[in-house]
Design a protein around this ligand. Structure first.
Ligand SMILES: [Zn+2]
Length: 216
């Protein structure tokens, strides 16, 4: 059953009534019927039924004829196909800055005031949780310059990760935004001399560095 025209005439023939067929993408309502004034039936049906076999469509036609008719095949068909048609939620760049233990927005704002005169205008979010957590030194945070977005690894949202360490990671990413990528002698330098110099200006640099090396 490939096309809506074929579906419509199949149902009309099987149900014995003229129908007005609407194919929908509404995953909340697979099938709805409304009787028109002239003995016709308005049928709204989900797109998935375009691929249904004749037995399922016959059952729907019987149901249109008489709503007391049971629809086991149709229910089964919906159950089997429902997961395939569900549209996954759009990947949102900004998920949340408020974690269970650490609020990134507050940290970001404090750092922005303290080190950047409030000049940076960035978004910040906890990254999405992965099934497997892998710690790597420089992937604790990342800065996406196209979206002006800082992502912090969700593994850091723990009670035993001190705030100064999160601040350090956030500050590091903010520095990337502030300094950009420096090009020296034709070579791109991400953590160049100026970057390292500025990074050390962070008040808890030593403690944070220590934590990174030995506690994480
Ligand atoms: Zn970096």
């Amino acid at each position: 059953m490939q096309r809506s025209g074929a579906l419509k005439s199949f149902i009309e023939k099987a149900a014995g009534v003229p129908i007005d067929l609407t194919i929908t993408d509404n995953s909340k309502s697979m099938l709805s019927l409304r009787h028109g004034h002239k003995g016709d039936v308005h049928v709204r049906i989900h797109r998935m039924f375009l691929d249904a076999g004749a037995a399922v469509i016959q059952e729907i036609a019987n149901f249109i004829k008489n709503r007391r008719n049971k629809t086991p095949l149709t229910r089964e068909f919906i159950r089997e196909n429902h997961s395939a048609i569900e549209i996954p939620p759009k990947r949102r760049a900004v998920t949340s800055s408020e974690g269970k233990y650490h609020n990134l927005k507050l940290i970001y704002e404090a750092i922005n005031e303290e080190y950047f005169n409030g000049q940076l205008a960035l978004d910040i979010t906890w990254g999405r949780r992965q099934t497997k957590t892998v710690y790597r030194k420089r992937r604790l945070g990342s800065y996406d310059s196209t979206g002006s977005l800082i992502r912090i690894h969700p593994a850091l949202d723990k009670s035993n990760v001190p705030r100064y360490f999160i601040e350090y990671v956030v500050y590091h990413e903010m520095l990337h935004a502030a300094l950009g990528i420096q090009v020296k002698n034709g070579r791109r330098s991400i953590h160049g001399r100026e970057f390292k110099r500025r990074e050390r200006l962070f008040r808890d640099f030593d403690r944070a560095d220590e934590f990174l090396k030995y506690k994480l």
